[in-house]
Design a binder for this molecule. Structure first.
Ligand code: MD6
Ligand code: FE
Length: 214
């Protein structure tokens, strides 16, 4: 018997991480369209390596789209309506980003998701993100929706306290991780990206993280 999915990508699947958190495998279908939007966003709001409050330059390059954008500098983290690098508002959230984030949130049990920020991360080989919580947002329930694009990375998934054990799992292009509600303040990070070649992004990984800030 032939399968509906012969000669195609595997069907999307969902892997529970814990209550309020899921990995949606292959959920983002049109990777070239997402990359085209990222390039359009970066033409208006260039990728930059932000400095942490501790004075370290981040290895991940970042930009934003949406009503507000996540920024870091020596004074701390904040959401800003204007891009400090250009003095202009961040580019609008593309409709296809919004649609993807809403469907992923609903799939995880968070209907009516209305993100106001999308952080766009660019990882070159070696770039990493240390274990952290996302807690600069005012809404403590609405999920973070994280979309992986391009090279496969290792996601690090911990607990709600820094000392709790972590799990590591690969996130491939098209995978979406959603965490909200009881899982909203789970520690997470990304291991140093290994070198590789992806047909659409080359030696890069992009990641979109959607947030409901206000
Ligand atoms: C990722 N990024 O790149 C996940 N959080 O797969 C994050 O968790 C993140 O890039 C807070 C601030 C910046 C980030
Ligand atoms: Fe984060």
């Amino acid at each position: 018997m032939t399968s509906l999915f012969d000669n195609e990508s595997p069907p999307p699947s969902r892997e529970p991480l814990e209550e309020g958190a899921l990995v949606l495998r292959g959920f983002a279908a049109d990777i070239p369209a997402l990359v085209a939007e990222i390039e359009r966003i970066a033409a208006a709001a260039p990728f930059r390596h932000m400095v942490t409050p501790g004075g370290h330059k981040m290895s991940v390059a970042m930009t934003n789209c949406g009503r507000v954008g996540w920024t870091s500098n020596s004074r701390g983290y904040s959401y800003e309506p204007v891009d400090p690098a250009t003095g202009r508002p961040w580019p609008a959230l593309p409709e296809c980003f919004l649609d993807l984030a809403r469907r992923a949130a609903a799939e995880t049990g968070f209907p009516g998701y209305d993100p106001d920020a999308c952080l766009v991360n660019r990882y070159a080989p070696g770039a990493k993100l240390g274990l952290h919580q996302d807690r600069d947002e005012r809404d403590p329930v609405a999920p973070i929706v994280s979309v992986s694009i391009g090279l496969t990375a290792t996601f690090i998934w911990g607990g709600t306290k820094r000392h709790l054990p972590v799990r590591r799992f690969p996130v491939e292009s098209g995978d979406v991780v959603v965490w909200g509600g009881p899982a909203r303040f789970v520690y997470h990070g990304v291991a140093p990206l290994k070198y590789g070649e992806h047909p659409v992004t080359g030696a890069l990984r992009y990641n979109l993280t959607f947030r409901k800030v206000f």
